[in-house]
Structures are given as C-alpha cells and as structure tokens.
Ligand binder design. Structure first.
Ligand code: GDP
Ligand code: MG
Length: 660
C-alpha cells in the first residue's frame, strides 16, 4: 500500500483554490484568504482511506515556474481548478494546464487529474457539457466534480475523490474509450474466480460467495445482500446466474458495474486481497517470499499444505479417475501465468496406464519441487491462492524446515519424510532404468520414453515399517571427475554396475573410493540387469568382496526387465537405510526367504496395510466435518494412531535384529 497521498491544486488565479483548501479545513467559507495556503497534512486516521494526505496550494503570485514544476513532479494527484462562471478559466484547462502537466510528468507514473469546477453557487446551469468532451479526450482525467467553496458543496467529496484516484485508480481497470474492463483486469478477475470456485463447477455458489466476501472484506454477507447481488446480475444478463450461483460472466459483469458506478475501490479491494499490485501484476513478495534454509536442513510440505493440494487435485479431477488428464492439468494451470510442468514430469512421478499423472504422482511432484526449489514451490502456491484459500498468513506457512541432519544423526532418529538417494554409475549401467523402475515401469514401458522427455529425477513413496515416506532418486551425470557438493549431499548413495559388462564395476569402485570412502552417508551397490548372464568384473576383487571390505551391504541384484512392474523391495530397503543410517541392517539380501526379508515383506504386505487402514478408519470414522478437521483433538487422535503403527513396526524390527 502507498505511503501517502499528495494532492496539488493548480489553475488560473482567483478561481478559488486557496478558498477550497481553507473551506475544507475550517468547514466555513473564509472571506479573506492569502494568495497561497500553507501545505497541510491530514493524519491517516481522519481520512476515509486511512492514508496520510498532504494538500498543496499553488499561487502564480508567490511561486516561480520552477517551483510549480517541482510541485507537479512531486504530486500523486493534480486537481485542475476552474471557475464555472469564468469561461476563460475553463478554456485554460485544455490550452494551458493539461499540456503543461503532461510535459512535466512521466507517462508511466500515471498521475491522475481531476477537473474541479468551483463557484457552483454563482450559476444555475452545470458546466458538465463543456467538461465531458475534455474528459473523453484526456484519459488521464480520472473524474470531474463541481463544487463551491462558499456554500461548502462537494468539498470533502472533492478531496475524497482525489485520494481515491491515487489509491484506487480506474486507469488499469477500465478503458474509457472502449467502455469496458481492460484485458489485464479481466484476466486477474478470472483467476480470482477460478481460485474461489472451490468445486470448479464454473459457478460461485452461496457458500463460495460467502467465503469470498469474508476473505476480501472481512465481513459476512447478509443472505438478503447475497440475493440482491444475484438479482442485479439476473436483471442485466441472461447467463450471469446459473443454479442460483454466479457464473464467471456474472462475476465480471458485477465488477464492471462497480467500476462504472465509481465504486472501483471494491474491485481494487478484491484484486489487492488476491495479491495484485497497481499494475495488476501479482505482488513480488507474495510470489517470492524469502525463506532462509540453513545448511543440512531440507524443506518439506506440511500437512496443511498437502490437504490444500489434495483439494486442488480433487477439484480438477472431474472424472474422478484419480489422475489428471492433459485437459484437467491445463485447467489446473489456468491460474498460472505459464505452464510450470514440462513433459519430463511424467517421467519423474507415477502415472497411470495412459501416462497421466496420478494423485500419488501429483503429490510427489509437489514434494520434489518443495525439496529441490522451495522458492519455486512458494511461487506456485501463490498462484493457486494457498494463503488465501487455506487462510494462512503467507505461503511460507506451507513449509516445514527439517531439523539439521547432524542432530538427526546424533539422536538416531528423524522426523523427515523425504529422503534423497543419489544414483551413480558408468554410462549405460542402468541408472535410468533403475529410476524408472521405482515408478513401476518395466523395460518395455521405458522404451516408449522419448529422449527429450527424460528425467534425471524419480520420486515416489515407499512404506517403511508402516510409515509412508518419499524417496527421491537422482541420477547423477556421468562425469565423475567433477562432482559438486550437491551431487554428493544425500541420505543414501546408490552405486550401479551392469552385471553383463565386465568394465562396469570398476567405475563404481572408483567413485566410491574417490568420494565416499570416509563419508558417513550409507552406500548400496546395485548389480543391475540381473536378467542378463553375469560376466566376471575386471577388478582386483569381486563386488561382494569389495562390499565386505568396505563394510557395505552385499550387492543387490536388480532388473527392470520384468513382465509386470519391477519389484519395489530395493527401494524400500534404500529408504530404510536412509531413515536409519545407524541401524546395522545385517541382512540386505533379496532372498525373500530369511526372517528379515519375510518380516519386511510382512510389514509392507497388503494385510498389514489393510489392518492399518482399518485402524485409521476406526479412529477417523466419526463423521469428519470441517470443524472436526480443524479441531486439535482430531489431529491428536490421528497422530496417536500413526505413532502406534510406527512404534509397533519399529518394535518388530528391533526384535528381529536382536533375534539374529
Ligand atoms: P485562488 O487564486 O485560486 O487561490 O482563488 P482564491 O481562493 O483566492 O479566491 C478568489 C476569489 O474567489 C475570492 O474572492 C474568493 O472569496 C472567491 N471564491 C472562492 N471560492 C468561491 C466560491 O465557491 N463561490 C464564490 N461565490 N466565490 C468564491
Ligand atoms: Mg490562491
């Protein structure tokens, strides 16, 4: 919001500029006035718009041209005063004052002008006929007003209009020549409509309208007022109201009506609440809220943000197939100024058989953006109207900053939900196949991926002891002589070699020795392409010996050349290792026969998952309402449920380790 408003009065001598100011201040007509009134400042709390306002007089007798020009350049609004009973003073408005002002001010600074016809007490007729053509010719003229300093007519109105012209200019909203809203304004209002249309049915129903009213004006809308609004639209427009709700057309009509009736402060209030600045662009600080991320901390979305994103998904998944078709996705991004996701996203997260992003994939992509580029995530949340719809102070309240990893390691436990696994390996060793397998795609399916849609990330969920965690796989580019800090910073390292290529293991061993020999990050060796005949690796020891020597778990066989979706076991193991880097997971085999494997499979089995869901349903079942979702006891119950599951899972795991 602007800091203060500076109103300058100019015009021919004796038109009554000084008298107008004195009349406003003393509320009576002064018979004798000086040439020029002192600058006065009206404190914020006595002005209608609550902004400090300065009123500045001009007198040709007392000021030089240079001083006048200076005042013009400082003004935020200029009132050109003429006297309604003095034709010459009116002519001077166009022949002298407007050109002079236009020469002195920057076109872009958009200083509004107001035409003020003073001494209306002296004439019977109105000067509007002369003034309207002038207004039509110069769009910088915001409005005109006739007043009288003598009988105090329209004096406070005049200064109110001047204030309003600065704070709520019509220029960006409305094109007076075309007599319609400008396209930027229509665009902004359309976005606001879409964000406020919570069920995305193209209609603002009573519930949505009430919420909208409360968001923008902080006061509830009386039921009668709601009906009145709809009736006005009904009367003027055939399809402005549908199913007793306001359509986009009706919503836009209502705003053009506000503007035409000089109530554009209403439209501005709506625009500003939704983050638009005077140029109708989204506020930079809304989109680029600064969040400082200390080293060794990561960023995750909190529960509230997931709930919001879930509602956004739901409102766009019109056919309820739990996936977003290209059209549905475009509709979702309609409130963005650009399409944020490229086609690589489809190969970064889970999709359905048609290649459309599933609900799970959608949340994964948000998790990824939050983790890798939190600034961008905040920007996207801003476009979706998160802070407004979820009634949060700012977009940053969607973010959880995780605890320093060093503390996690010290305390041997973590509250993180996202774990990063960097994947290394020589060219063609099967890294991409490994990433895609995590998204449930076998080799056949992977062959359909176009080169330009390839992704170096894959993110999805993995269940570890009954808890759902995100595992983020990142394929590190194969130039291993120059690895940066970020290439190395992760929760777990995967080294992949190709069992069918005799030279493949050597590069894994080299990377390990060069970068991870003394590192605290756990490492896992993957023997990829295990469906192919294994050849002896050209290295001084076998991969198994290498793992033993460096206290790594034994190499894990892996193939994505499967008939169905590749197994997820390895990814669960990786997530487990990332979560508990201390725990000595002695058994890292994939035998599926030993107690560890059986138990791990059991914990992740459908039976346990169903039981878990049942427990949740029992806890949650008692009619979840909106109020319920907000109540703290509800979340207490929910988190106790989750904790019980986690503790049970962990206890089983501990018992197992001990028994071995
Ligand atoms: P300025 O030179 O533009 O500042 O004009 P002044 O305020 O000095 O006014 C010039 C003359 O017009 C004075 O004699 C005022 O009393 C008179 N005057 C100002 N406003 C009005 C008005 O609204 N009605 C009438 N009848 N006289 C006015
Ligand atoms: Mg004067």
């Amino acid at each position: 919001m602007r800091k203060d408003v500076r109103i300058l009065l100019v015009g021919e001598p004796k038109v009554g500029k000084t008298s107008l100011i004195m009349s406003l201040v003393s509320e009576e007509f002064p018979n004798v006035v000086p040439y020029r009134a002192e600058e006065i400042t009206i404190p914020a709390d006595v002005t209608p718009e609550r902004v400090p306002t300065h009123i500045v007089d001009y007198s040709e007798a007392e000021q030089t041209d240079e001083q006048l020009y200076q005042e013009i350049s400082k003004a935020s609004v200029i009132c050109i005063v003429y006297s309604v009973n003095d034709k010459k003073s009116t002519e001077k408005v166009t022949s002298h004052w407007i050109p002079l002002i236009n020469e002195r001010i920057d076109k872009d600074s958009r200083v509004p002008l107001i035409l003020v016809g003073n001494k209306s007490d002296l004439v019977e007729h109105s000067s509007m006929e002369t003034v309207l053509p002038i207004m039509n010719k110069y769009t910088e003229i915001e409005t005109c007003v006739e007043c009288s300093a003598k009988n105090l007519k329209n004096i406070s109105e005049l200064f109110y209009y001047a204030q309003k012209a600065v704070l709520h200019p019509t220029g960006p909203l409305y094109c007076p020549e075309q007599k319609e809203m400008r396209s930027a304004c229509v665009q902004a209002l359309t976005r606001i409509f879409k964000v406020s249309d919570l069920d995305n049915d193209g209609i603002l129903n009573d519930y949505e309208l009430t919420l909208f009213q409360r968001t923008c004006f902080n006061t509830p809308l009386a039921p009668q007022a709601l009906e009145d609004v709809k009736n006005v639209v009904r009367k003027n427009l055939t399809d402005g109201v549908r199913d007793n709700g306001l359509t986009l057309k009706g919503f836009l009509f209502l705003h053009s009506l506000f503007i035409q009736r000089g109530r554009h402060e209403t439209t501005w209030a709506v625009l500003r609440r939704f983050g638009y600045d005077d140029d109708l662009e989204l506020h930079q600080d809304l989109l680029f809220s600064q969040l400082k991320i200390p080293p060794d901390c990561t960023t995750e979305l909190n529960h509230n943000a997931y709930l919001f994103l879930q509602s956004v998904f739901d409102k766009h998944d019109k056919d309820r197939d739990c996936a977003l078709s290209p059209e549905e996705l475009m509709d979702l991004f309609d409130v963005f100024p650009y399409i944020p996701w490229g086609l690589d996203v489809n190969n970064t997260v889970c999709t359905n058989d048609q290649g459309w992003i599933t609900y799970q994939g959608y949340l994964s992509q948000w998790t990824l953006t939050t983790y890798l580029d939190v600034q961008r995530c905040l920007e996207y949340l801003g476009y979706l109207g998160y802070s407004i719809i979820a009634e949060q102070e700012s977009e940053t309240s969607a973010i959880t900053l995780t605890r320093d990893k060093k503390i996690d390691l010290q305390k041997k436990q973590t509250q993180r939900n996202v774990f990063r696994c960097n994947v290394f390996g020589g060219m063609g060793s099967g890294k991409s196949g490994f990433l895609q397998a995590f998204l449930g795609r076998n080799l056949m399916r992977q062959r359909t991926i176009r080169e330009e849609h390839k992704s170096y990330y894959a993110i999805s969920t993995a269940h570890v002891y009954g808890q759902e965690k995100y595992l983020l796989l990142h394929e590190v580019f194969a130039d291993f002589d120059f690895l940066s800090e970020t290439d190395l910073a992760c929760d777990i390292v995967c080294l992949i070699y190709d069992v069918s290529n005799p030279c493949s293991f050597e590069s894994c061993a080299r990377i390990f020795k060069q970068y991870f020999l003394d590192s605290k990050t756990p490492c896992m060796l993957i023997s990829a392409k295990s469906d192919l005949p294994e050849t002896k690796q050209q290295y001084c020891m076998t991969p198994l010996e290498f793992c033993r020597k460096h206290k790594m778990p034994p190499p894990q066989s892996f193939t994505c050349n499967t008939a169905a979706a590749p197994s997820k076991d390895i990814f669960i193991k990786l997530t487990t290792m990332a979560m508990y880097p201390h725990a000595r997971l002695r058994c890292m085999c994939t035998c599926n026969r030993c107690t560890f494997c059986l138990c791990q499979n059991f914990l992740n089995s459908e039976l346990v998952q169903t039981v878990r869901t049942k427990i949740y349903t029992v806890i949650f079942s008692r009619h979840i309402t909106h109020a319920d979702l907000k109540s703290s006891t509800f979340w207490l119950r929910a988190s106790i449920g989750a904790t019980v599951c986690a503790v049970l899972g962990f206890a089983m795991y501990r018992a197992l380790l001990r028994s071995r």
